[in-house]
Structure formats: structure tokens, C-alpha cells
Design a protein around this ligand. Structure first.
Ligand SMILES: [Zn+2]
Length: 324
């Protein structure tokens, strides 16, 4: 009898505790935003949401438990502040191709037990544009490295007037807008001091001494094209695990490009043909380059390589391994 009373009391205490924890998180402030009870969907795994002007974050209880409540909300707060400014910059960069209000994007935390699985093994964030949402993997620091890139995917695939039809165009514009056009506070904030020092040493910095992604990408792409990075493993723009080979350097396939090269080449195309022209011709495959741009992909890519080499030789000290 006594034992069953103790068990009943224990169960009651656990239920009350669970209620208290629920009460603690709901209503909590994260920066200027408030944690709300999720009554939209998937409420068991994601009991809370946070709404900002640009996004609705769905917060998994398992992820809160994984990081600990204090760390989870402190780091989420850091992301939200930078995210709002970065997302606004991306919208501004694409304003000529957007119309009406931009729907808020859903961002779902998916840290717990996901680091070995599929896309989650590679990316800090991943946009599934068919579902209008972005997953963030690993932890908030990891997610900062490519959250803006994924948001640009959301904008370009869901909200813009132009059409994209290959991985090359999709990744090129996402990288170009998020790393070249926008300052990208989120990705800058996770650069290690070691990398910052290396970029400073080789002059890959802006007037304030901050790493300048454009210079970093130019330098890295020049090295890859010069064959100095043969054997390097990388993820291609068409999402394959690749190893850079001599054959690839001589004859690069458009889908096998690194993100760095695709971004630089895309910027160069805009410089030559104009933004509006390039943006309105991103629904073509490489076989139609000659028809649209007057020259085939290999010819244009070789011309960009020569221009990039010349720019780097004149303006940079050409670091070794700047993109590692
Ligand atoms: Zn991407």
C-alpha cells in the first residue's frame, strides 16, 4: 500500500515537473522575440515556436535537451539577431525579382541524432523548397555557416520571378547572393581566428581588416584551376563527393564545379552579360550556352579562368591553401 502511494506520488511529481518545464519555456524571451506554444503542427516533437519578421522557428524538445535550455536559447538568440539583418539584405539584393510580401520561411531544428545522416552530415542548414522549409542540423554554430545560402534558395525557388533548372544555377546564385552581394554576418561570425589570421596575412581582407569572401573565393578558385589542389576532396555543385583530378582541371564539367568556382564564374557572367540577362536565362542547361551567351560553356569558363588569374596576380599575394 505504502509503496503504491510512493509510486503514485512520484508519477504526480513527474507530471507536475513536466508541466513546470513547459511553462518555463513558453513565454520566454529570445532577444526581442517570444517563445510560443506550437499549436500549428508536429507539436509533440516540436512543442515551441519563435516567430520573427522573416521566419518561424520550430524548436524540437530533443534539441533543447541536447544543448541544455540556457545554451539553446542563448545561441538561438544570437542567430535570430544576425538572421533578421542577413535575410533583409538578401531580399534587398533580389528586390527587382520579388513581388508582394515575402512569406516567412519555416526553420526546423534537427540537431539530435542527425549528424551522420544524408544531407545532415554535410550541411549546417538545408532548404527543402518543395516544402517551404529549412532544416538546421548539428547545432546553431554549424547552421550559421550556410543558413543565408539556404534562405537564398528559398527566395530564388519560391518567391522570385525567374526560373532555375540546374544545380549549377541554383548553387551559383545562392552562393553569389549570400557571400558576395550580402555581407553575411552569420557566416562571418563562425570564421575561426586561425582562418581570419591567414586571410589577413595574405591580404584577403576588406578595408576594416575583416575577411573578404570575394577575395578568398577568387584566390581559392585560381588555385583549383591552376591544378594546385589536385587530390582535394570536395562537394560539387550537383552534390556529389568528388576528388579534384587533372582531367577535371583540363576539362571541367559544369556540375562538377566547386561552389567557389561556380560563384566566381556566375559573378563574371553577370559582369559580362548583365544581371537581368543572366537571371532571365537560368532555365537552360550547358548545351544551350552557345545559343544564349554566344559561346559554349568550356570557352566561357576558360575566359573567366584567365581573367581571374590575371586579377589575382595583380591584386593578391596568392596564398597557399586559402580555401582549406
Ligand atoms: Zn545550396
Amino acid at each position: 500500500m505504502k509503496k503504491s502511494i510512493r509510486i503514485a506520488a512520484l508519477i504526480l511529481a513527474l507530471i507536475l515537473c513536466a508541466g513546470l518545464f513547459t511553462g518555463c519555456a513558453k513565454g520566454r524571451k529570445v532577444g526581442p522575440y517570444r517563445v510560443e506554444q506550437n499549436d500549428i503542427r508536429n507539436t509533440e516533437i516540436y512543442p515551441y515556436i519563435v516567430r520573427t519578421p522573416h521566419a518561424t522557428w520550430y524548436l524540437a524538445q530533443a534539441d533543447i535537451d541536447l544543448l541544455g535550455e540556457e545554451t539553446f536559447y542563448r545561441e538561438l538568440g544570437e542567430v535570430l539577431t544576425e538572421q533578421e539583418a542577413d535575410f533583409a539584405d538578401a531580399i534587398d539584393a533580389l528586390k527587382d525579382y520579388l513581388s508582394g510580401d515575402i512569406p516567412t520561411v519555416e526553420i526546423w531544428t534537427d540537431f539530435a541524432g542527425r549528424t551522420e545522416n544524408g544531407k545532415a552530415a554535410y550541411f549546417g542548414a538545408y532548404c527543402i523548397w518543395d516544402m517551404d522549409l529549412i532544416y538546421v542540423y548539428h547545432d546553431f554554430q554549424y547552421a550559421k555557416s550556410n543558413l543565408l545560402h539556404e534562405y537564398v534558395h528559398y527566395l530564388t525557388h519560391k518567391c522570385c520571378s525567374f526560373k532555375l533548372n540546374t544545380d549549377f544555377w541554383s548553387e551559383s546564385i545562392a552562393e553569389y547572393i549570400s557571400e558576395f552581394v550580402c555581407y553575411n554576418r552569420l557566416s562571418h561570425s563562425v570564421l575561426t581566428e586561425e582562418l581570419r589570421e591567414m586571410y589577413r596575412q595574405y591580404g584577403l581582407t576588406d578595408a576594416n581588416g575583416e575577411p573578404e569572401k570575394r577575395k578568398v573565393y577568387y584566390a581559392w578558385a585560381a588555385q583549383a584551376r591552376a591544378g594546385e589542389l589536385i587530390g582535394m576532396q570536395y562537394l560539387s555543385v550537383d552534390q556529389r563527393d568528388m576528388t579534384l583530378t587533372e582531367a577535371q582541371v583540363r576539362n571541367p564539367g559544369i556540375g562538377a564545379l566547386t561552389y567557389f568556382e561556380a560563384c566566381c564564374f556566375f559573378e563574371w557572367l553577370i559582369g559580362r552579360y548583365g544581371e537581368a540577362f543572366v537571371y532571365s536565362h537560368m532555365a537552360i542547361g550547358p548545351e544551350r550556352f552557345e545559343e544564349v551567351f554566344g559561346k559554349d560553356f568550356n570557352t566561357l569558363f576558360s575566359e573567366w579562368t584567365a581573367d581571374n588569374d590575371a586579377w589575382c596576380a595583380e591584386n593578391l599575394k596568392m596564398p597557399e591553401g586559402a580555401g582549406d
